[in-house]
Design a protein around this ligand. Structure first.
Ligand code: DGL
Length: 265
C-alpha cells in the first residue's frame, strides 16, 4: 500500500514547481500532490509563527487527509522556519526540506566568492546561519534578501524590464564583489534564471538544489522500500485563493494544462 501513496509538496506559491519538475523527471511512477499557498503568500517577510501555522495546516492536509508517504517542503523559507516543528509533530513521517546550497556552492566555486539570494526570512534565519558556520568558512559569502522577486514569478513576469530592474538592484553589489557562483536560495528563482544570467553574465554559475533534494527523497523512500515502481505518475494541484490568473501562470510554469482545486485550510 505505501508505495502507491502520494508524495506531498508545498510552497507559498508556484516556486516549488522547480522542485516538482525535477521530481517528475526522476520519479516517473510516483503520484504527487502539490499545494500552492497563494492565498497566504508571500512567506518571505512574515513572522515565524505565521509560517509555522501555515506549514502545520498544509502538512496536516497532506500527511493526514491525503496520507502522503513523504512530505517535501518545497520552500526555503518554510524549511527555515517550520521544518523542526513539523518533524516534532509528525516524528514518524519522512519530511524533507530545501535549504540554500552552501556546501555545494563552496565546492563549485573557484575563487570562493559566492552570492546567495533568498527571501529576507531565509537570509536572517538561524538555520541558514548554522549552514554558513558549518560549510561556509572557506569562502566569502554575500547574502541578499530579495523582497518582491517571488511576486515577479507569481505574476508571470519572468524576464520583463521591471523584473530585470529589481534583479539588477539586488545583484549589482555582489557582482562588484566578483562572485563566481550564485546560490538560488528560493525555489521561485530558477524561473528567473534567464533574467539572472543576462545580468550576472557568463562568469557566474547559478546553483539550484532541486536535484539534490529529489535524490535525497528517493533515497529515503528506497530505504523503507516505499518507491512506486510502475505505472504513470499523476499530479494533483491544490491552491489556496485559486484565481484564473494563478492557474494560467501555473500552467506556463508547469508546461502543460492541468486541473486545479481550491483548498481551504
Ligand atoms: N519559494 C519560497 C522560498 O523558497 C518563498 C517565497 C515567499 O513566499 O516569499 O523561500
Amino acid at each position: 500500500m505505501i508505495g502507491n501513496q502520494p508524495i506531498g509538496f508545498f510552497d507559498s506559491g508556484w516556486g516549488g514547481l522547480s522542485i516538482l519538475k525535477t521530481a517528475r523527471k526522476t520519479l516517473p511512477h510516483e503520484n504527487f500532490i502539490y499545494v500552492a499557498d497563494c492565498g497566504f503568500a508571500p512567506y518571505g517577510d512574515r513572522s515565524h509563527d505565521f509560517i509555522v501555522e501555515r506549514a502545520r495546516k498544509i502538512a496536516s492536509f497532506l500527511l493526514e487527509t491525503k496520507q502522503a508517504k513523504a512530505l517535501v517542503i518545497a520552500c526555503n523559507t518554510a524549511t527555515a522556519e517550520a521544518i523542526d516543528s513539523l518533524r516534532r509533530q509528525w516524528p514518524q513521517a519522512i519530511i524533507i526540506g530545501v535549504e540554500p546550497a552552501v556546501k555545494a556552492a563552496v565546492a563549485l566555486s573557484k575563487n570562493k566568492r559566492i552570492g546567495m539570494i533568498s527571501t529576507n526570512r531565509t537570509a536572517q534565519s538561524e538555520r541558514y546561519h548554522r549552514l554558513l558556520e558549518r560549510f561556509g568558512h572557506n569562502a566569502t559569502i554575500f547574502s541578499q534578501g530579495c523582497p518582491g522577486l517571488m511576486e515577479c514569478v507569481e505574476a508571470g513576469e519572468f524576464n520583463t524590464p521591471d523584473t530585470r530592474k529589481l534583479l539588477h538592484q539586488y545583484l549589482a553589489p555582489m557582482l562588484e564583489q566578483k562572485i563566481d557562483t550564485l546560490i538560488l536560495g528560493c525555489t521561485h528563482y530558477p524561473f528567473l534564471s534567464q533574467a539572472i544570467e543576462g545580468i550576472a553574465g557568463p562568469n557566474v554559475t547559478l546553483y539550484e538544489p532541486s536535484l539534490a533534494v529529489v535524490r535525497h527523497l528517493q533515497n529515503r523512500l528506497a530505504d523503507i522500500n516505499a518507491l512506486k515502481v510502475n505505472g504513470v505518475g499523476e499530479e494533483t494541484f491544490y491552491v489556496t485563493g485559486l484565481t484564473d490568473h494563478r492557474k494560467s501562470v501555473a500552467c506556463r510554469l508547469w508546461g502543460k494544462t492541468t486541473l486545479f482545486e481550491n483548498l481551504e485550510v
